[in-house]
Design a protein around this ligand. Structure first.
Ligand code: SF4
Ligand code: SF4
Length: 265
């Protein structure tokens, strides 16, 4: 494992390299960063998120309990699949990739989606080293008066297990949403056609500040970059509902429906 001093030097090297290029386009900066460093796949904004995005390998970085693993996960097919297949969990590589993503977010004003694919696990446990590294990167960026724009991510770890780490990340501005969690900051898969059913089932839950259908799924004109006050916002305490999506959406819908049995309403 790298020492803190070594990590800080590596992070500063990346930040200073990007600052030197801040007048260039994001695609040029990314190309030059890839030429200088060995990086994981890094997106500069797809049609749904419109945000800078990072990837971890699906499987090794996922909580074993995730009900979508090998069962309808949207990252296990299509273009996302090809990206995450090229990602590794090498610490140096992840540290630099996350530094590039978060610094580019600060410089371009684009939001940053940490882990378009993959999760916050290593060897089946919460990857606390990764969390500490994200905190270190953002704290180091502050020395250069840089702050990433609304960085956000999702986790399939159980809410109570991951909440202390979500709070730690929130302390440096990273918003964590809890997949399959029917509570504040939850992100659940549920047919938009049946949204009223869900709203009435959760009507007694005063702790959930609103139930919202993901706007990017309702209109092609909206991306996470434009979306206000939901997953990317630190202040959000509502529930976001995703219509089953991806080429394996039938399986994803089944997995979500099975969760109903676990609900204590
Ligand atoms: S939903 Fe997320 S945590 Fe679950 S298998 Fe897919 S990438 Fe991994
Ligand atoms: S609710 Fe908003 S921020 Fe969340 S995924 Fe949908 S568009 Fe993106």
């Amino acid at each position: 494992m790298l020492t803190k001093e070594r990590k800080e030097r590596m992070v500063k090297d990346v930040i200073e390299f990007i600052i030197m290029m801040k007048h260039l386009t994001i695609k040029t900066i990314l190309r030059k960063c890839r030429a200088r460093y060995s990086l994981n796949p890094l997106g500069s904004g797809n049609s749904k998120t419109g945000c800078i995005g990072t990837y971890r390998p699906v499987g090794p970085s996922c909580p074993p309990s995730c009900s979508y693993l090998n069962n309808g996960c949207y990252t296990q097919s299509g273009r996302v699949f090809l990206q995450q297949k090229r990602a590794t969990m090498d610490e140096t590589r992840e540290l630099r990739t996350n530094t590039v993503a978060l610094t580019l977010s600060a410089i371009t004003g684009l939001k940053c989606r940490l882990m378009v694919a993959g999760g916050w696990a290593r060897n089946g446990e919460i990857d606390t080293n990764l969390i500490n590294n994200i905190v270190l990167i953002i704290e180091t960026m502050r020395e250069y008066n840089l702050s990433p724009v609304e960085p956000y991510s999702y986790t399939h770890f159980a809410h109570d297990e991951f909440k202390p780490y979500a709070d730690m990340l929130s302390g440096v501005g990273v918003s964590i949403n809890f997949s399959d969690y029917f509570g504040p900051r939850g992100a659940v898969v549920w047919s938009h056609d049946d949204i009223q059913e869900l709203r009435s089932m959760l009507s007694s839950r005063a702790d959930i500040k609103g139930i919202y259908m993901c706007p990017a799924q309702r209109s092609k004109a909206i991306t996470c970059q434009d979306c206000k006050s939901l997953c990317t916002s630190k202040a959000f305490n509502g529930l976001v509902v995703f219509d089953p999506h991806g080429s394996k959406k039938t399986k994803a819908k089944e997995a979500s429906t099975n969760l109903l049995e676990l609900l204590d309403l």
